[in-house]
Design a protein around this ligand. Structure first.
Ligand code: SAM
Length: 191
């Protein structure tokens, strides 16, 4: 069993700093240090230390929604964890190549068989309206997926449909772990 406690805040992400490229993020020009500073914020604000903490317990992690690449980096903190990160668009990616990160450019729904091979799935796909999330979890149920899923933005303020999706999700295990994850809500569940 994986314990969630205050020790998550002590996770040292420093080794990931060299993989941050910086770029135009959050409506401003960011240095690699700015990117790392964002990633390195405490649990309950951003989910990256939580992702590192969880991922080190798994051999294969699927990161659904690469964007700048920060969730992929966090999941890949432990070199023994193999991370596959998926996104429709490669243009935002702002991380250097890392040996234990495989980048897939495409729609997650075209890679379902591959994704099911992973033991932990981080689900963070825009636009966070509950529609893709519902479609994806319906597939996981249909395929009787046995792994663990972490969903970002379950309490998203700008779209109540994420909260509705989370509230209506029926599964064997479901826990709100926002206090260790993202300020906009983090949930963990098993189908
Ligand atoms: C919120 S961002 C991911 C942020 C990233 N997980 C992080 O924390 O660093 C969401 C990403 O999901 C991608 N996305 C949305 N729908 C997708 C789909 N069906 N397949 C693959 N990627 C998708 C978007 O292109 C966007 O880059």
């Amino acid at each position: 069993m994986i314990t969630l406690d205050e020790s998550i805040a002590e996770i040292d992400l420093t080794s990931l700093k060299e993989y941050c490229l910086g770029g135009f993020h959050w409506n401003r020009d960011c240095t690699p240090d700015d990117d790392f500073t964002n990633m390195n914020q405490e649990p309950g604000v951003v989910p990256y230390k939580l992702y590192s903490h969880l991922s080190k317990n798994y051999k294969r992690v699927a990161d659904l929604g690469t964007y700048y690449g920060h969730s992929a980096l966090a999941c890949a903190l432990d070199p023994n964890t193999q991370v596959t990160t998926y996104d429709l668009y490669p243009d935002h990616r702002a991380i250097k190549e890392k040996e234990n990160i495989k980048v897939v450019e495409g729609d997650i729904f075209d890679y379902i068989d591959d994704i099911l091979e992973h033991d932990l799935i981080i689900l963070d796909i825009d636009p966070h309206d509950g529609i893709q999330e519902q479609r994806f979890t319906d597939i996981l149920k249909q395929e009787n997926y046995k792994g663990v899923i972490v969903a970002d933005d379950i309490h998203l303020q700008r779209d109540a449909r994420m909260q509705a999706w989370w509230n209506n999700l029926i599964c064997s295990f479901k826990k709100d772990i926002t206090s260790y994850g993202h300020s906009q809500g983090t949930g963990i569940f098993k189908i």
